[in-house]
Ligand binder design. Sequence first.
Ligand code: MG
Length: 250
Amino acid sequence: MSSITRKSATEIAQMRRAGAIVAEVLARVEEAARPGASTAELDAIAERHIRAAGATSNFKGYHGFPATICISIDAEVVHGIPGDREIKAGALVSVDAGAIWEGWHADAARSFYVGEAPPAVAALIAATRAALDAGIAAARPGATIEEVSGAIEDVAIAAGLGVVRPFVGHGIGRAMHEAPQVPNYRTGRKSLTLAAGHCLAIEPMFTLGSPEVGVMDDEWTVVTVDRSLAAHFEDSIAIGTGGAELLTRP
Ligand code: MG
């Protein structure tokens, strides 16, 4: 596992800039995600902001992905494609965004409810966010990826939620997806021990029902097979000597 790169302070500074742009994009998209806004309009807001900041999108064109951000609604988990569809009151919206600054990547996601969330949906959103925070808190020098995964999984177990398993967190840096993988569940396998300079994107995806997912006919959108609601939170972090630095929160 020696191939997993550790970033220098200068490199992390570039990633911090990429992360700040992603945080701004997510805030702007969430603010604009009102009933009647189309998901294509939200995508255009993200594209304009990334360009104006002097960055580029790492999602657009990635394996042919046609948009700047992913917007996944209700039972959709990740990789939803923006288009004509309008945001409606009562929607659970997940937005995943990324940016490249001077060759360095950042990647983050947020889920939110349009309107007043029913208690079970509010609990799903809160637990997924809490799991991200638990994973980040566990991501310290000397800790293993398995410990990060376990901290995330424990929040889902306590909340009685499903953990989506085919999609996992990842290393990040010169590429959006680098080694190591960061599963949202314990694998029982030997895993990397974290050290200062390791950079990760941690991204729990939890469901209210079955954790099983499939891919829709557009060959991108990942959806729960039982059509239960799903939430997704993600941040890019840099491991420092004392713990994790959040690169994608203001
Ligand atoms: Mg990611």
